[in-house]
Design a protein. Sequence first.
Length: 232
Amino acid sequence: MSEINRSLIILRPKQPFLDWACSLDDDSNDLTIENLNEDSTAYLIPEIWEDDGKPKLHYAVQLALYTDILERLGRSHGRTPFVWDIHGSEVPYDLMEMRGKRNPRRLWDDYQDYLAQARNIVKGVFKTLPAYSTGVCKNCVWYTSCLKNLEAANDLTLIPELGRSKRDARFDRIASIRELAAINQADFIDEGKTVFSGIGPVTLAKMQERAKLLTEHDGKPYLTVSKRLGSR
Ligand code: SF4
């Protein structure tokens, strides 16, 4: 059975939206809330809740951002935003609630950290690099542009299963797919271990084979163990 791991957001306009729509032109004066809700817009988005019912961090950061904007506009009722669930019930999220005993933090603290990072990116203090992720990038509005940059940079994350964390933290001595394809593995192995933390010789060999396949003009997939295909 196939399963789709996505959350669904349905936009349901309320009175302020109707007032705004009616102010645009005279033709909209006959509109009602019921008309607007007859054909609501729905969006599939990544999962937003953990199994324990708490919002996933990336979603909490979005909620905190909207709350912060409303706060700065003087329109916020506090740091407990809510969303409507599929049954139309309000589900509140307390962004100021302490969580964890060893490292007590609030979702608002996480938001502040990400906000500081975002400001530093805008100021040019941090430079960000795209990293290909099969599950995430194809749903992203930047996909076409990022893919072009990744291909131009011959980025290591285009190798299957070699994502951002491996590229940034482990394969820090190898800059591109072509470079990985050309290395002499022995130069990176000492006493049975590779110089890359968390990457064993078998994984290094596998990643290098993939790099070669992507680099060779006529690279083709192949079986690593012999398989007898059954006949019908
Ligand atoms: S397409 Fe680019 S911006 Fe979007 S998730 Fe992938 S790397 Fe990030």
